[in-house]
Design a protein around this ligand. Sequence first.
Ligand code: C5P
Length: 315
Amino acid sequence: MKNENLTLLAPAKINLTLEIFGKRADGYHDLRSLVVPVSLYDTLTFTLQEREIEVMCEVVGLPGEVLPLLPAPGDNLAARAARLLQETTGYSRGARIHIRKEIPIGGGMGGGSADAAGTLRGLNSLWGTGLSVEALMELGAQLGSDIPAMVYGKAVCMEGRGEKITPVPCCWTAGVDWWIVVVNPGFTVPTGDVYRRFRSGLTSTEETFINARFALERGDQKLACASLVNSLEVPVYDKYPLLAIVAGRLKSAGAAGVLLSGSGASVFAVAENHEQALAIEARMKRENGSWLWTRVAQILPDGVMVAHGPLEARV
Ligand code: C5P
């Protein structure tokens, strides 16, 4: 008997490096970025139904006044991903998609992209449409620049507009854990606006990128912290000085490395271990107010897309 539903966790991402090389004729920017999933998830539950695609969002403990920011259910990236998969494969049935949102919205952690990526993988499995991961990544590229990397779901180097994905094989020795503290100020940063404000004058070097990739492959946190770079920090910190203050406070709290996540508004700090991550989080709340949205999470170089409920297989 065919399974009628499937639940999976769609992880957020952070960019350990994000270098922008310039504007392209199509209006996008050429970039190169090391992207890794982290243990902060939206939970997606898919239920088979007749032809229609329906999306329901439940927001869990997110900062700020996020509800008005949620796209109308039909415009939601997960709904668009489901319709694209339906059209591409000619599959005749639909699905109800319940999204339990815990990834900050418009927070530079790929929340909407995680939902679209999870929907492509989840429905491809539930519907039995049999597309390869590469084919799903191509569909993802039609919906957003970060989606191919998130469909792949493990540490990658992303280039071009975001569609060229090279896996970064990570061989971390046993016991290497990489903890981060994420802080979100409760407002969103519109990605397109930040890219428009970007002016060239990149300060990072080829050596920085090579070091960052090597650090990610080996789980060498110290080297990674010395190689963190994000070309969007300048335009974002110029427009939102509060985020520069947050980054400064994370550094003062003892973090080994601090970086804006993607196009913001989240900022993350790399901690030496779990205890230090908890201590940094506690200090940020003590100094800034307990309302501050923070999460301690782990970097997941090998990704995780856990399915539970009736379908036990990983998707
Ligand atoms: O592809 P996505 O819809 O996620 O991109 C959002 C916006 O970010 C784009 O409309 C574009 O303005 C900007 N962007 C860019 N270059 C990229 C990715 C995104 O200029 N490589």
